[in-house]
Design a protein around this ligand. Structure first.
Ligand code: DOR
Ligand code: ZN
Length: 428
């Protein structure tokens, strides 16, 4: 064994004093006592699987003034995320083989942690789904318009599901119905206007269309960033291949709070009411929601600090998600078990990557936290290029150590590796 790691680790649903044996980047043994070529003991700390964020926008290529694979993946690493999945609404959009392969190449050179890359499905590339599906990590569909978005007409959903059947790749969907959004379109001066322009009815309409057109689909279908009470109701008895995710901002923020600056909190789908927020929080506790995803969507302060109507939508969050929820787990707002299902185990299953669990055969991706090491989110300490967070000042527990494939990436909050360490996880 190359390395053995000793401490209180989350194995099989509980924290146990044990040793993890690691060979060639994989967990190859879990025993009370193990000794490898190298042995590290973490006393008085907890060892958990690293997070998997299946929804980030790292803006590379085309908008690298907002973020790039290097800064985005650095932020991911410091937030305890060993693997991220990048969205296709870049410039150019990731909708064909060339843009996909370029993106994979570039992120292999720049990334600090492992990653997958999605391809977007628009009305124009449905006939290429099977081919692109051989190389991408999954597909993203936008049913409603948003930042630099690629649109799919919902009439084409059935054809898309049919074409994707041969690929065995997950399909992630932004569920806001464009026809519905058009009906409510008007000028916006504040977050209440933004919410009125994107009511939960539009989320409901989109989810209904997805549910009716996907009945015979064999692919995993993931409804991204669920935001409304009504949307969640529709998904309570969903088919086994359908999952849904929620973001920290939809779980922790609501329109009745005095959210300021307003444009920082402009996001699609919008921040809704406390009723929606509370229903979503119940959903993560009781298991009706499957995934926590950051939807890390950075825009610079210059871009955000303009007239509300013209400001872009999007909130950063890849570095703060896990640390804030680790703090909430410590405060017993959610159990460690649920948190690990939501941000490690379930995401890994959806994207089919051998990570997310401290189990023999999985990649040795884990984080170490010091339970007493509470700190506050401070933008100046975060690694995204955007330089701000809506969670400034919120309590969090940042991992002291992060391991990816058995390599120590972060030690005592310091990065030890270079960019380019990260690997594309779906290499054909
Ligand atoms: O608010 C959003 N921003 N929602 C999205 O769906 C896209 C994202 C972005 O890319 O900025
Ligand atoms: Zn997104």
């Amino acid at each position: 064994m190359d390395l053995t790691v000793e401490g209180k680790a989350y194995i099989d649903g509980s924290f146990q004093d044990c040793c993890l044996g690691i060979t060639d980047g994989k967990i190859t043994a879990i025993k009370k006592i193990l000794k490898g070529d190298k042995h590290i003991t973490f006393s008085h700390k907890l060892i958990l699987p690293a997070g998997i964020d299946i929804h980030v926008h790292f803006r590379d290529p085309g908008m690298t003034h907002k973020e790039d694979f290097s800064t985005g993946s650095l932020a991911a690493a410091f937030g305890g995320v060993s693997c991220y999945y990048d969205m296709p609404n870049t410039i150019p959009q990731t909708t064909d083989m060339l843009s996909l392969l370029d993106k994979i190449n570039s992120s292999e050179k720049k990334s600090f942690v492992d990653f997958g890359i999605y391809s977007g499905i628009s009305n124009r590339n449905i006939q290429n789904i099977a081919k692109i599906g051989e190389k991408c990590s999954g597909f993203k569909i936008y049913l409603g318009s948003t930042t630099n978005s690629l649109m799919l007409n919902s009439k084409n959903l059935r054809d898309v599901f049919k074409a994707a059947n041969s690929t065995n790749k997950p399909i992630l969907i932004h569920a806001e119905d464009d026809q519905c959004l058009i009906n409510y379109k008007s000028d916006e001066r504040n977050l209440t206007d933004h919410l009125k322009c994107r009511p939960s009815e539009c989320e409901e309409t989109a989810i209904k269309k997805i549910l009716t057109s996907s009945k015979t689909s064999k692919n995993k279908i993931h409804i991204c960033h669920l935001s409304s009470f009504e949307g969640l109701e529709l998904l309570k008895d969903k088919q086994k291949n359908i999952s849904c995710g929620v973001t920290p901002h939809h779980l922790l923020l609501n329109i009745e709070k005095n959210l300021s600056p307003k444009t920082w909190h402009k996001v699609n789908p919008p921040i809704r009411t406390d009723i929606d927020r509370a229903a979503l929080f119940d959903g993560i506790q009781n298991g009706s929601i499957d995934v926590l995803e950051s939807d890390h969507a950075p825009h610079t302060l210059d871009e955000k600090n303009i007239e509300f109507n013209d400001a872009p939508s999007g909130i950063p969050g890849v570095e703060t998600l896990f640390p804030m929820f680790l703090y909430l787990a410590k405060k017993e707002k959610i159990s460690f078990g649920r948190l690990i299902s939501l941000f490690c185990e379930n995401p890994a299953e959806i994207v089919n990557v051998p990570k997310g669990k401290l189990e023999i055969g999985k990649d040795a991706d884990f984080i170490v936290i010091d339970y007493k090491d509470e700190s506050k989110v401070k933008s100046e300490h975060l690694h995204s290029k955007c330089g701000w967070s809506p969670f400034e000042g919120w309590p969090a527990i940042f991992p002291t150590h992060v391991f990816v494939r058995g390599e120590k990436l972060i030690e005592e909050h310091e990065m030890l590796e270079n960019q380019g360490f990260g690997r594309f996880v779906d290499k054909w």
